[in-house]
Write a protein that binds this ligand. Structure first.
Ligand code: NAD
Ligand code: UD1
Length: 347
């Protein structure tokens, strides 16, 4: 068992990954500035795992605090989740994205270099494929970006590839996530979006719980079976086990890119119907013109992750919706909801 240093570990994907790491017997250090999360998520992870996490509040752009924390942790590997992820916000305020996502990754690499930690798992996104030229999207698909957020991921990926080229004894796994959704089956940890969610499933969940009136469906004239956009939704717990595999699998020094998806796409209407079934609620909706920057369909080629990590996503759309719903109705206002109620009713 090893010691894993997790930047951004208090966030949505981070909490689920910390839980898997603890349950597998690893020691976990979380380094997070709590800009998009709270301590409560990690406290609930500790409760679920019956274990403890060492938490250090800090910013990945603060090199000296980061280096000190890395040294103190005596970790063998780092999972780097810390960053900003809202596409619309990145268009309005690109410099904040370059600072957090590019400078943050650069500062982390320097701190790892200074402390001799050479194993890194990096959070990338299917957004680096730009407009899909072929489906399913394999890792060799050409890379491009259509917005500042996507460009920060692409620049960070390039930086990692260049770094590995110069230091070939490193072990870097770049994981490109498709569309993470769902929550831990307990209902105690999940996504806690600030403001109006721009992603589909958190928005649907807020309509189901009565926080929003209806879902606006962005386009029903795509060349897809029902005209609405098709995406590869992946359960966040499957995503978390993918990270666990990337940490545990003994791999030779390398820099490798892997898709984490299910390989199957679902349309907006299919997701809506599945969520209605899981929640027993009717989701009011209305069709609107296409959202700028959206593609018709996007789903992952999964064979590389399957063969290299010996991992595949196991949870289907029904489970994604059921688990997302459990989290949403136990925590209607996310972690700001009544803690006692959620804990009493968790499964
Ligand atoms: P999240 O916002 O829930 O978690 C990110 C965490 O990083 C938060 O706890 C936040 O407080 C922390 N953080 C942000 N900037 C920081 C900084 N400068 N220093 C220290 N901590 C900082 O997001 P998430 O959904 O868990 O995403 C995790 C990673 O995965 C991100 O890098 C994101 O870009 C990437 N990703 C997410 C998705 C998605 O749909 N959720 C898809 C593809 C890729
Ligand atoms: C979005 C981001 C992408 C990011 C990904 C995961 C954009 C343009 N793209 O992708 O960069 O990597 O999230 O975080 O923002 N939909 C609706 N109504 C809604 C919300 C979504 O109809 O209120 C539709 C979209 O048009 C799309 C599908 O639902 O067809 C999924 O949307 P979303 O969850 O935002 O994910 P992506 O578009 O894949």
């Amino acid at each position: 068992m090893s010691t894993v240093f997790v930047t951004g570990g208090a966030g949505y994907i981070g909490t689920h990954t910390c839980l898997e790491l603890l349950q597998a017997g690893h020691k976990v250090f979380v380094y997070d500035n709590l800009s998009n999360s709270s301590r409560l998520g990690l406290e609930r992870v500790e409760r679920l795992a019956k274990g403890s996490i060492e938490f250090i509040e800090g910013d990945v752009r603060d090199g000296s605090t980061l280096e000190h924390a890395l040294r103190h942790s005596q970790c063998e590997s780092v999972i780097h989740f810390a960053g900003l992820k809202a596409v619309g916000e990145s268009v309005k305020n690109p410099l904040i994205y370059y600072d957090n996502n590019v400078v943050g990754t650069y500062t982390l690499l320097n701190a790892m270099q200074a402390t001799g930690v050479k194993k890194l798992v990096f959070s990338s996104s299917a957004t680096v494929y730009g407009e899909p030229q072929s489906l399913p999207i394999e890792e060799a698909h050409p890379l491009s970006a259509t917005n500042p957020y996507g460009r920060t991921k692409l620049i960070a990926e390039d930086m990692l590839r260049d770094h590995f080229h110069a230091y070939p004894d490193w072990n870097i796994t770049i994981l490109r996530y498709f569309n993470p959704v769902g929550a831990h089956e307990s209902g105690l940890i999940g996504e806690d979006p600030k403001g109006t969610p721009s992603n589909l499933m958190p928005f649907i969940a807020q309509v189901a719980v009565g926080m929003r009136e209806k879902l606006n469906i962005w386009g029903n004239d795509y060349p897809t079976p029902d005209g609405t956009g098709v995406r590869d939704y992946i359960h966040v717990v499957d995503l978390a086990t993918g990270h666990l595999r990337a940490i545990e699998k003994i791999m030779p020094p390398q820099c490798i890119e892997l898709n984490l998806g299910t390989g199957r796409g679902y349309s907006v209407l299919e997701v809506l119907r599945a969520f209605e079934e899981a929640s027993g609620k009717t989701i009011a909706h209305e069709f609107f013109p296409r959202r700028s920057g959206d593609v018709a369909a996007c789903f992952a080629g999964t064979k590389h992750a399957e063969s290299i990590l010996q991992w595949r996503a196991e949870r289907n759309l029904k489970t994604m919706c059921a688990d997302h719903w459990r989290w949403q109705h136990l925590n209607p206002a996310g972690y700001a909801s009544n803690n006692d109620f959620a804990i009493k009713n968790a499964t």
